[in-house]
Design a protein around this ligand. Structure first.
Ligand code: MN
Length: 457
């Protein structure tokens, strides 16, 4: 089947040009002016922006957390992703300590198989270290799992820093890259103990026990380890101006550092935790926590300046009833925000339409850079002949309002309730098939596992 997207503005990381996009079967056949209409379903895209399908490099679907499981599994999460223009997610396979990486990969492939409506890949979590896991890292690369995750906080996930260093060396050997959650665990634990001793058990204690300097300290710590190992790393969900300073210092030393941030750090500020109403505050609990206005502005400047490579969601959703688990103790609130559905429209509205970033910036942050960073370029991340026919048709004139009532995510709130958008996603094509039409998800759960290679960013 042929589809001709006619007369839209095609966005890349370097230019915007008026062009037709001809998709045949699952792939893009041609991009150019006045392409032949014969045999094609012709779709008028005049006045629309055509982005490559967005890639979300940070989601947690069907993840057991603190005695519960995320509200979104691969079925609801992937439908929400598609609805927001995201045609591929990279989720985190997370074996428990004592298990093999193979077991983690099998488990996550099983969670996604036959359920996922968008394409997907997996990062592999390294939360244990031994000879077997070191060997398995090579096998994971062969399986198309080329990125890994390590934690500097959460005892269930952390490994000693000597092991972390060994893991970095092993990843360097095979050409894998680690994304790392950077927060200083020990001092956070001490601050939590103090808050509890003082009876300060409400959600307001959450940001106070995970202050900005403890993220920056861990970023600096990681980057010195990476310097010694002489290997690139990804700082995931970077949220503060101080952390950016650590990244700049490492880059000045000649290191390659990739940085990811998330929409909630770009749009919200820490006053969200001040509400005396438990749920109003608890629904924003995530780690790192929402930061201050100055941090937010520093992040926007860094997006503009190319210091941040990608905006992913860290989608990790819980219902308000699940958030109630921490009513008596803020440390028991399952941490994470829903976001996989709204990233594109938020970045367009608060970024492009507000004049903070350009269309090219947006395309690099959501499409090109994640495709290169996560090793699926140029199959994904670009509208070019031979690439998968993943296209987001964005209507800049179709303003809307974000509400929980109108979302596919399996949660009963939105962190952005009432947020007026500039434009919205009109259609989404996944490998040549119309997957979303004006909010209606048409794609069957036939998303594919996309094997990924080495980072080319
Ligand atoms: Mn995460």
């Amino acid at each position: 089947m042929r589809t001709l997207l006619k007369g839209g503005l095609v966005i890349s990381g370097t230019e915007t040009r008026r062009a037709d996009v001809l998709i045949e079967g699952e792939a893009i056949l041609a991009v150019g002016t006045d392409l032949p209409e014969e045999g094609a379903r012709v779709v008028d895209c005049s006045g629309k922006l055509l982005f490559p399908g967005f890639i979300d490099g940070h989601t947690h679907f069907d993840l057991p957390v603190a005695g519960t499981v995320t509200a979104d599994d691969f079925a609801s999460g992937s439908r929400a992703a598609l609805r927001g223009g995201t045609t591929m997610v990279v989720d985190f396979a997370a074996p428990d300590k004592g298990e093999t990486l193979r077991h983690g990969l099998d488990l996550w492939r099983e969670k996604a198989a036959g359920k996922c409506a968008c394409d997907y890949g997996f990062h592999m979590t390294i939360d244990d270290w031994n000879g077997g896991i070191s060997r398995e890292i090579g096998e994971m690369m062969d399986e198309g799992v080329s990125t890994f995750k390590m934690y500097m906080t959460y005892p269930a996930m952390m490994i000693p820093e000597g092991d972390m260093y060994s893991a970095l060396l092993r990843l360097k050997e095979v050409g894998g890259v680690a994304g790392v959650h950077c927060e200083n665990s020990g001092i956070i634990d001490a601050l939590i103990a103090r808050a509890k001793a003082e009876g300060k058990l409400s959600p307001a204690s959450h940001p106070r026990t995970r202050p900005a300097p403890l993220e920056a300290e861990a970023v600096g710590h990681l980057l010195r380890m990476a310097q010694l190992a002489d290997t690139p790393v990804i700082v995931v969900h970077l949220s503060t101006a101080a952390s950016l300073e650590e990244v700049r210092a490492a880059r000045k030393r000649g290191q390659t550092v990739y940085v990811e941030t998330c929409p909630h750090y770009l749009l919200l500020e820490d006053s969200v935790y001040d509400s005396p109403e438990y749920r109003e505050a608890a629904k924003f609990v995530c780690a790192p926590p929402i930061r201050k206005k100055e941090d937010r502005e520093a992040l926007w400047a860094a997006l503009r300046g190319g210091e941040i490579q990608t905006v992913a969601t860290d989608h990790c959703s819980f219902t308000l009833a699940q958030k109630d688990m921490g009513r008596e103790d803020f440390t028991r609130i399952p941490g994470g925000l829903p976001g996989v559905e709204t990233r594109g429209v938020l970045l367009y509205t608060a970024g492009v339409a507000a004049g903070r970033i350009t269309l090219q910036d947006m395309c690099r942050l959501l499409c090109e850079n994640p495709a290169k960073l996560y090793g699926c370029w140029p199959r994904k991340g670009t509208i070019a002949p031979g690439s998968d026919g993943d296209v987001v048709v964005y209507d800049p004139a179709a303003d809307s309002v974000i509400t929980a009532a109108d979302q596919a995510m399996n949660v009963d709130y939105s962190p952005y309730e009432g947020f007026p958008t500039a434009g919205s996603v009109a259609q989404v094509y996944l490998r040549g098939a119309l997957a979303v039409d004006h909010g209606e998800v048409l794609a069957p759960p036939e998303g594919r596992f996309i094997p990924r290679g080495k980072c080319v960013l």
